[in-house]
Design a protein around this ligand. Structure first.
Ligand SMILES: *[C@@H]1O[C@H](CO)[C@@H](O)[C@H](O)[C@H]1NC(C)=O
Ligand SMILES: *[C@@H]1O[C@H](CO)[C@@H](O)[C@H](O)[C@H]1NC(C)=O
Ligand SMILES: *[C@@H]1O[C@H](CO)[C@@H](O)[C@H](O)[C@H]1NC(C)=O
Length: 339
């Protein structure tokens, strides 16, 4: 039942977007300098539009995003800045539809797990698993709601590196195609992906099962083609950033959060403390933490929106937020694989 509900839900979004009226053509074109910036941006990101109608529509959205970015940065009273990225000709709604992918089924957590790091006492002041060589280059989920697969794979790649010294590239596409209980490009949960990998006897490499940002038929790779295995996964006790800190001191952690906000989508640098809620829409991996020069504590998160987003694909986001659920709800559904 959950599956058909989810199918309908995402279909609904597609229809809504497809039937949206085209406002752009009836308005005045943005000024020449913005048109020029759009041309530059198109060249930089290799963007080509199907026809001039599409181009006019995309120019309007680009101009709107650019104004939003410039107004925000001009105010100059924030701890982070916004900027153009490869998605700057999309509306916030399109971004949410195509580039996130965390579904909200009734209960993502079916069982209560233990928390092996509950008693650890040695917690360094800062941690950066990227600098330690435990994190692969930034990837890009493309037009597919597979954030959950990227979040899960990032956490598995890292703990495998930490335990074995080998940094492997693992297959998100295997998870998209094969994880029953998740919905492929229509969304999913990391714990469900971890469960699949445990039951399957492992996960294969990116090379064996490359990513193509679309739903495919599961090649049902056997355990023998697996290059990494899990013995389990654990959930971090919910709504407690202190508990996440213990886990991230030991390994990167998968988290769900609200990535639907425009400031989140247009983030370019600094410590993010912008507008967001707690409606889970996206998933990333926390790969470190630290304290900024002004004393603001932050998490370092690894996104799957390519290197043009944020700080070369990463975001610093405020840590120890006033509410227990964390900024953008990042402390609500944290979990990590056990190898
Ligand atoms: C920044 O300044 C703008 C305009 O003066 C104001 O509306 C906004 O609330 C300020 N934001 C912060 C975080 O102080
Ligand atoms: C943490 O300490 C408590 C109290 O000593 C103990 O009951 C518990 O098993 C410990 N947890 C782990 C994961 O070692
Ligand atoms: C993407 O890859 C999957 C699995 O390899 C395959 O089933 C599917 O047909 C591919 N789709 C496209 C559009 O290439």
């Amino acid at each position: 039942m959950a599956l058909s509900l989810a199918g309908k839900f995402s279909l609904c979004l597609v229809l809504m977007l497809a039937s949206r009226p085209l406002h752009a053509a009836s308005r005045n074109l943005p000024e020449a300098s913005i048109q020029q910036k759009h041309e530059q941006w198109m060249a930089e990101h290799g963007r080509v539009y199907a026809d001039s109608e599409e181009k006019v529509k995309r120019l309007e959205i680009f101009a709107d995003n650019l104004r939003f970015i410039e107004d925000f940065n001009r105010a100059g009273n924030h701890t982070f800045e916004l900027g153009l990225n490869a998605y700057s000709d999309r509306t916030s709604e399109e971004f949410l539809q195509f580039s996130t992918g965390l579904l909200l089924p009734s209960t993502p957590r079916q069982k209560k797990t233990s928390f092996m790091y509950e008693n650890i006492t040695h917690i360094p002041d800062s941690m950066d698993w990227v600098a330690k060589g435990a994190v692969n280059a930034i990837k890009n989920q493309g037009r597919c709601g597979s954030c959950w697969a990227f979040s899960a794979v990032a956490a598995i790649e890292s703990i495998t590196q930490i335990k074995t010294g080998k940094l492997l590239e693992l297959s998100e596409q295997q998870l998209v195609d094969c994880t029953t209980g998740n919905y492929g490009c229509a969304g999913g949960w990391m714990d469900t992906a971890f469960d699949y990998i445990i039951q399957n006897g492992g996960i294969t490499s990116e090379t064996n099962y490359p990513y193509n940002a679309s739903d495919g038929i599961c090649h049902a790779p056997t355990a023998s083609s697996s290059v990494a295995k899990l013995v389990g996964y654990e959930d971090v006790p919910a709504n407690n950033e202190g508990e996440i800190l213990k886990a991230v001191a030991m390994q990167p952690v998968s988290v769900a959060l609200d990535g639907s906000g425009r400031e989140f989508q247009l983030y370019s640098s600094g410590v993010f403390n912008g507008n967001c809620g707690t409606a889970m829409s996206h998933a990333v991996a926390i790969v470190g933490y630290g304290t900024a020069e002004d004393g603001t504590k932050y998490w370092k998160i690894r996104n799957s929106w390519g290197k043009t987003w944020g700080e070369a694909g990463y975001m610093k986001i405020q840590r120890d937020f006033a509410q227990p659920e964390g900024l953008c709800g990042l402390a609500m559904h944290a979990s990590y694989p056990v190898v």
